[in-house]
Write a protein that binds this ligand. Structure first.
Ligand code: SF4
Ligand code: SF4
Ligand code: SF4
Length: 262
């Protein structure tokens, strides 16, 4: 009997499609990936939809609607291995800013007829709803890391995506730290993966790769406070791409509370 190639499904939930595009952006490697996997479901790239079970599912986007909260259970049930890709899928994305407000206030501003919108009060990570086998961070993800994750699946090994901070990548590149000249930087608490892109251009990190393993956000906040950031600015710096990732959420809420007291 001929050997069957592992079936790949790429699923979209609430997102901008940027992480799926990272897969299509793997131009040099795409033919090899397509040769090793049967791309059975990938609406961004093909209309094909093979029914049944998927050996590997890559899931992009967060859960923001009652329908998607049900659909993710169907995807999980049909996936032997499920990997989430990007800040939306791993933390709720920038759309999780609704978690700090009343989503109905946003709806009335954005939509002419909000009565037709069916939405949840929160935007949450896929792992808040179903078991996830691996989370790949980034907004968008790094295509080199994505290829490593797919290769790891095919080889039956753990992905090699170090959980260290952007600072490590930054130091390895020989950059002068932007904090020295007074530019705030989330590098010390942010997951590596971008090659310290922003500090390499003399800009602070905005945390788009989400929290590193065991980040010490209160310690970084103390440094940023010493550089002149007030409570409101400290609240906001953690509320971007990964606002709902627990270490960032807790730190922004701590400064929000202190701002209210002050
Ligand atoms: S993580 Fe960023 S790039 Fe990826 S889908 Fe979400 S918003 Fe788009
Ligand atoms: S510039 Fe940012 S990422 Fe680089 S060492 Fe300084 S704090 Fe860390
Ligand atoms: S330095 Fe920070 S904001 Fe810039 S790409 Fe890397 S993780 Fe994203």
């Amino acid at each position: 009997m001929p050997h069957r190639k592992p079936r790949l499904g790429v699923w979209k939930f609430a997102s901008c499609d940027g992480c799926q595009l990272s897969l299509l952006d793997c131009e040099d490697e795409l033919l090899a990936i397509a040769g090793a996997l049967d791309i059975a479901y990938f609406p961004e790239a093909t209309r094909g939809d093979v029914k049944g079970v998927y050996d590997l599912s890559l899931v992009e986007g967060s859960i923001t609607t009652p329908h998607d909260a049900e659909r993710i259970h169907d995807v999980r049930g049909r996936s032997k291995t499920l990997i989430t890709i990007g800040a939306c899928a791993t933390s709720g994305g920038i759309q999780a800013l609704r978690n700090f407000a009343d989503v109905r206030d946003y709806m009335s501003i954005v939509y002419a007829h909000p009565q037709y919108i069916e939405t949840l009060a929160t935007s949450t990570a896929i792992a808040d709803h179903v078991k996830v086998d691996f989370e790949l961070r980034g907004c968008p993800i790094n295509k080199g890391q994505l290829i490593d994750v797919v290769s790891a699946f095919l080889a039956g090994r753990r992905p090699n995506t170090p959980a260290q901070s952007v600072c490590i990548e930054c130091k390895l590149k020989g950059n002068v730290c932007v904090m020295v000249t007074g530019t705030p930087c989330l590098g010390p608490v942010t997951h590596a993966g971008c090659g310290a892109l922003c500090p390499s251009y003399n800009r602070g990190c905005y945390g788009c790769f989400g929290p590193k393993e065991t980040p010490n956000a209160p310690s970084l906040s103390a440094w940023l406070s010493g550089m002149g950031m007030n409570e409101k600015a400290l609240e906001r710096i953690y509320r971007t791409f990964n606002a709902n990732a627990e270490p960032f959420r807790k730190e922004s809420e701590r400064h929000d509370a202190q701002n209210d007291q002050g």
